[in-house]
Ligand binder design. Structure first.
Ligand SMILES: [Zn+2]
Length: 431
C-alpha cells in the first residue's frame, strides 16, 4: 500500500470539491424517496440507475428470507418482503494490484412520526447554513452519496480503483439487519468494508447487539359495568411494561463486565416503542400488544438472551392475578443481532486514521455505539474489518433530522483517499 503522490492527492481532493454541489443534489434526491420499510424499491431503482450510468455492473435482488433463515445472524420477519430490495454495484479493475473494498450503506429510513412536529415536510430536503435537513439525510443517505461520489472523484482525475470495489445499498438495517446479511450470503466479500453512518467523524470501536420482540396480552372482555368480572389486557400490559424496568435495570447492572460500556450511564436501553390495544372505551379491553427493543453486550448470544427475555416475562406474569394463568405471547419479530468489537490493529483502521488526520487535522477518535450497525455482519460472519465512520448529524430517528454539509465533504474526501490508497489506482484508459 503506497501513499498517494502529493499531486494526485491534491487532484483527488479538488475533484471532490468540484463535484460537491452535484453530490448534495444527489443526496437530496435520495431524501425525496420515502424509503421507509416496505417502500424501498423506488430509491433502490434510482441508485441502481446511478451506478449503471457509471458503467458499473449492477446486481438488484429481492431478499428471500428462506435463503437466510438458517444463518445465526438472521432476524425473523413478520412482514412482506416484496420491496426488500438490495442493490450492489461492482467495479472490476483491468488488473488487480491493490486490495478489494466494500462501501456499504442502507437505504431504509425510520418512520417520520407526526408530520406536524417537523418544521418542514420530512421528505422535502432543504438546506439552512451548514445543515441539510430531511428524514434519512444523516441516517444515511449522505453516506450513500459519499460512497458514490468518492468513487466518482477517482474517475474525475482519469483513474479507477485497481481492485474490486463494491458499492452496496442494502435495506432492513433499521429493523432486522437482513439486508447486509443477504449481501454477504450472496457472496460479496472484500478485504475491508466501510459504512459511513452518521457517527460524528469518529470510528466505531464497539457496538451493542439488538433484539426486537412483541408482547401480546389477551384479556377477558366484559361490559365495563361489571369490569371486576373481566380481565383488562391493557392493565396487564402496563404491568409487564413496568416489570421490564427491572429487566432493564438488571441488564445495566452487568455493564462492569464489559469495559467499553462500564463508563456509560445506561448502555442497555429497553424501549417500548409501539403499543396498541382495546376496541371501545366502555368495554374491558380484550387485547393489547406492545413492541420492544433491547440491547446486548458484545459477546452475548442473541438466542440465549431471547430465551432469558421470555423467562423474565413468564416469571413476572406469575406475580399478576390474571397473567399468572394467562401468560403473554412473546414473538421475536425483528433484530436478533449480536454486538461486535472492531478488532484493533488492522491495516484498514491504520489507513483510515492517517487519512482522517490529513483531511480533518485531528486524530481519529473511537466511540462505543449503542445502536444497531450492519458492521456486525462483516465482523461476526466474514472476518472482515468494517470501519463505521461518517458525518456529523442531529436528530436521527427524531424530528428535523439533519446532517452537516461540510462534514459530508470531509468524509467524502477521506473516503476518496481511502479507495485510492487501499485499492490502488490504474488509469481508466490503458496507456
Ligand atoms: Zn443508520
Amino acid at each position: 500500500m503506497q501513499p498517494l503522490p502529493l499531486d494526485q492527492k491534491t487532484h483527488l481532493l479538488d475533484a471532490v470539491d468540484a463535484a460537491f454541489d452535484r453530490q448534495l443534489e444527489f443526496t437530496e434526491a435520495l431524501v425525496r424517496f420515502p424509503s421507509i420499510r416496505g417502500q424501498e424499491g423506488t430509491c433502490q431503482d434510482f441508485l441502481a440507475d446511478a451506478y449503471s450510468a457509471r458503467g458499473l455492473g449492477v446486481d438488484r435482488w429481492q431478499i428471500d428470507p428462506s435463503t437466510l433463515c438458517h444463518h445465526p445472524g438472521y432476524a425473523p420477519v413478520t412482514v412482506p418482503y416484496d420491496q426488500a430490495i438490495n442493490v450492489v454495484a461492482t467495479h472490476r479493475p483491468r488488473a488487480q494490484t491493490g486490495r478489494s473494498l466494500i462501501l456499504n450503506g442502507h437505504v431504509d429510513v425510520v418512520p417520520t412520526g407526526p408530520i406536524g412536529l417537523w418544521e418542514n415536510p420530512p421528505f422535502e430536503p432543504y438546506r439552512d447554513g451548514d445543515w441539510l435537513y430531511g428524514r434519512g439525510a444523516g441516517d444515511m443517505k449522505a453516506g450513500l452519496g459519499a460512497n458514490l461520489f468518492a468513487f466518482d472523484a477517482l474517475r474525475q482525475i482519469g483513474m479507477q480503483p485497481a481492485a474490486p470495489l463494491y458499492l452496496q445499498s442494502v435495506t432492513e438495517e433499521e429493523c432486522t439487519g437482513n439486508g447486509a446479511l443477504a449481501a454477504l450470503l450472496r457472496g460479496y466479500r472484500a478485504d475491508a468494508a466501510i459504512i459511513p453512518e452518521p457517527v460524528g467523524e469518529s470510528l466505531v470501536r464497539t457496538n451493542v447487539g439488538v433484539i426486537w420482540f412483541q408482547v401480546s396480552v389477551t384479556g377477558h372482555p366484559v361490559h365495563v359495568a361489571s369490569a371486576s368480572s373481566g380481565a383488562n389486557a391493557i392493565d396487564a400490559a402496563a404491568f409487564l411494561i413496568q416489570a421490564l424496568k427491572t429487566f432493564e435495570r438488571d441488564r445495566n447492572a452487568k455493564k462492569g463486565e464489559f469495559p467499553a460500556f462500564a463508563d456509560i450511564d445506561k448502555p442497555i436501553n429497553v424501549n417500548v416503542g409501539k403499543i396498541a390495544g382495546g376496541d371501545w372505551a366502555s368495554s374491558v379491553p380484550a387485547w393489547c400488544t406492545f413492541d420492544v427493543r433491547t440491547g446486548l453486550y458484545p459477546g452475548e448470544d442473541a438466542h440465549a438472551e431471547a430465551r432469558a427475555i421470555e423467562q423474565f416475562l413468564l416469571k413476572a406474569s406469575g406475580q399478576h392475578p390474571f397473567l399468572s394463568n394467562n401468560p403473554p405471547k412473546v414473538t421475536f419479530n425483528g433484530f436478533m443481532a449480536e454486538g461486535y468489537e472492531l478488532a484493533p490493529g488492522s491495516d484498514a483502521e491504520a489507513l483510515l486514521a492517517t487519512l482522517h488526520q490529513s483531511v480533518i487535522a485531528e486524530p481519529l477518535s473511537s466511540i462505543t455505539s449503542l445502536a444497531y450497525l450492519d458492521a456486525r455482519v462483516f465482523a461476526l460472519y466474514a472476518d472482515t474489518p468494517c470501519l463505521v465512520y461518517g458525518p456529523h448529524s442531529d436528530n436521527i430517528h427524531g424530528f428535523n433530522e439533519r446532517v452537516s454539509i461540510e462534514s459530508i465533504r470531509r468524509i467524502t474526501k477521506t473516503l476518496a483517499l481511502f479507495i485510492a490508497t487501499w485499492c490502488g489506482l490504474e488509469p481508466i484508459q490503458p496507456r
